[in-house]
Each structure stands twice: as C-alpha cells, then as structure tokens.
Design a protein around this ligand. Structure first.
Ligand SMILES: [Zn+2]
Length: 335
C-alpha cells in the first residue's frame, strides 16, 4: 500500500474548490511516455498551474502501470527541481472501468480515480460509483463519476453518438454516490475527429466550423447544484485539434483529412463556469507527431530518438503552456 501523500501528490478536493470559486479550469493531460510527462511538468511548473496527470487503460497497456506510477512520482520531484516549491499535482486514473482497477490504483499511489459507469443502467452506475467512493474516501482519494455518454473513440472507450447528461439525475447521482466531481456530456467527444464534415458548417474561407457545445445542458446541470453552492464539473474529449498541428502532420507526409476539435473559445467559456477539469489528450498526440514528422522531413539522416523526441517535447511544452495561459486560465493558481 502506497498512499499518494507520501509521494507529495494532492487530491482534487481543494484544487476544484478553488477553481469553482476562481472561474478557471484545471488542465488534465494524459501521458504515456517520458517526453509527455516532462513537457506537462515543465509547463505547469513554469506557469505555476495546478495540473492533473492522467493515466488511461491504453496508457497502462502501452507503458505499464508501474512505470507510469513511478513517472507520476517523479513529476513531483522534477517540479520542485524546476523551482515550483509546492507542486499541485494530481495523479489520476482516466476511465477506470472496474472497482478492482480503481482499488489497485488507490492502493498504489494514485490521488484520484475516475470510475466510468456511464454506459451502465443508471442504478448500476450509482452502485458501482458509490462502491469506489466508499473505498477511495478511506484514503482521502477523490473520485470522478460520469453521467451521459460521449461520442468518439479514446483508447478502449468508444460510442457512436452522444447522449447528453440529463440534469434531472445529477444531484441524485452526486448525493447517493458521494463522488467528488462529475463528468458530463454536452457535445465534446474523444479523439481527433470529433465531428463529421456533415455535422459542421463552413465559414467564408471554406473551413469546417463545428456545432456549438450544449451550454444549455451545462447551465441546467449547474442550476441543479445551486442549492449546495455548486459542484465540480468535468469535460472529457476537449482537445481543440489545432489547425497548426494538423497542417504540420499533413505537410510532412501525414494524412489527417478533416480532423476537427472543440474551438478554444468554447473551452474558455466553459472554464469560467462550474467546469473545473478539462481533459486534453489528442492535442498532445498531434503536437508530438507533427514535430516528429517535420524533424524527419528536414533531417532524413537523423536516427537518434533524442533528436526528434526532443523536438516533440519542445512543441508539447508550447502547446501545454498555451492551454494553461490562454485557454483554461489556470496560470498562477498554484503559486
Ligand atoms: Zn474521456
């Protein structure tokens, strides 16, 4: 049994309470490898932004859960080395799909877990989420639940279309499960192809413009939580799929036609509401791949991973910093 407190990690409790009051969102970045972790910690430490390091099932399959956990621990020490005296770093399980997996993470140093029962019938989702909360809270580990289904593909999580969260269920769910935050579905989705061209309109330049998020659903949810002074809301699938990186990929041999994400202006609007945690994964993949493709095109003779992964890391630091400073407003919130 390793408790996260011994590792210098924090849970999401105070972090979300401050974000709720302060009108900003904490970035939750997924990581699978060393360069992503270094880039996330560098950006967060430089900007003094609270940050959530997320580990998905796909990441565990790729990099091994034990290795990722030790990287999570290294994050705290690395942040201190970079001059961040009191790092506010959460190590979070993304899309936990069973009590056993959540328990395993809680027992091994994670400070927060998500139990995703959103695909289950309502009462089964309540029962599973409550079981995880009851276990987690003994160790002061925070739990994210989910209501509503997101479209798209993210590692092993996939669905054909959205089912928006029903605001009528949220208070009952939060009260009966005891969850600390709630992921909702308002039109964001997993992956780099969030909308088909048919779902979009075209602007004057002929570029695809995605349909707006269902802010009415978010407002409906917030209204229900008004009596208890608000509740931390989470948005999954919130990469913006920056044109610059899609173009970088495509210019240097990639083939990502019509990749499209959530406009950053919508994410900024959401950050100012009860949305306290915004999940970003695809943008890191795109920045990494774009930088590597460019590097190879410009240096066909290179074969040292430190050369092209170094470029990828630089590009990711830029991207993470941009999210913290210009999109989510979390800069300076963890001095
Ligand atoms: Zn997700």
């Amino acid at each position: 049994m390793v408790n996260y407190k011994e590792l210098g990690l924090v849970n999401t409790k105070e972090m979300f309470a401050k974000a709720l009051k302060g009108g900003y969102a904490v970035p939750a970045f997924n990581f699978n490898n060393l360069e992503q972790l270094q880039a996330i910690v560098t950006a967060a430490a430089t900007e003094k932004s609270p940050v959530i390091l997320q580990v998905s099932k796909g990441a565990r399959n790729y990099a091994n859960g034990t290795i990722l956990r030790y990287l999570g621990m290294a994050a705290v020490e690395y942040a201190k080395e970079l001059g961040w005296e009191k790092p506010q770093i959460v190590l979070h399980l993304d899309h936990g799909d069973s009590f056993e997996l959540c328990k395993d993470c809680i027992d091994n140093g994670f400070s927060s877990v998500m139990i995703d029962g959103s695909h289950l019938p309502y009462e089964e989702n309540v029962a599973l989420t409550k079981k995880v909360c009851d276990y987690a809270h003994q160790f002061d580990v925070t739990v994210e639940g989910e209501l509503g289904v997101l479209a798209g593909v993210e590692d092993e999580v996939s669905a054909d279309h959205h089912t928006y969260t029903n605001p009528e269920e949220v208070v009952d769910f939060a009260t009966r499960t005891g969850c600390d935050s709630l992921a909702i579905s308002i039109g964001t989705s997993h992956g780099a192809y969030k909308f088909t061209p048919e779902q979009c309109t075209r602007n004057a330049e002929g570029k695809l413009v995605p349909p707006p998020l269902a802010f009415d659903v978010l407002e409906g949810v917030m209204k229900k939580f008004e009596k208890q002074g608000g509740f931390p809301i989470v948005l999954h699938g919130s990469s913006s799929v920056p044109e610059e990186y899609v173009e970088m990929c495509n210019t240097y041999g990639g083939k990502l036609p019509n990749a499209i994400g959530i406009p950053e202006s919508e994410l900024t609007k959401a950050s100012k509401s009860a949305v306290c945690k915004i999940n970003i994964d695809s943008d890191s993949r795109l920045a990494f791949t774009g930088a590597v493709r460019k590097h190879f095109a410009e240096h066909p003779d290179h074969f040292d991973p430190r050369q092209y992964c170094g470029d990828a890391r630089k590009e990711m630091i830029k991207m993470y910093t941009h999210k913290i400073v210009n999109v989510l407003g979390s800069k300076g919130k963890a001095e």
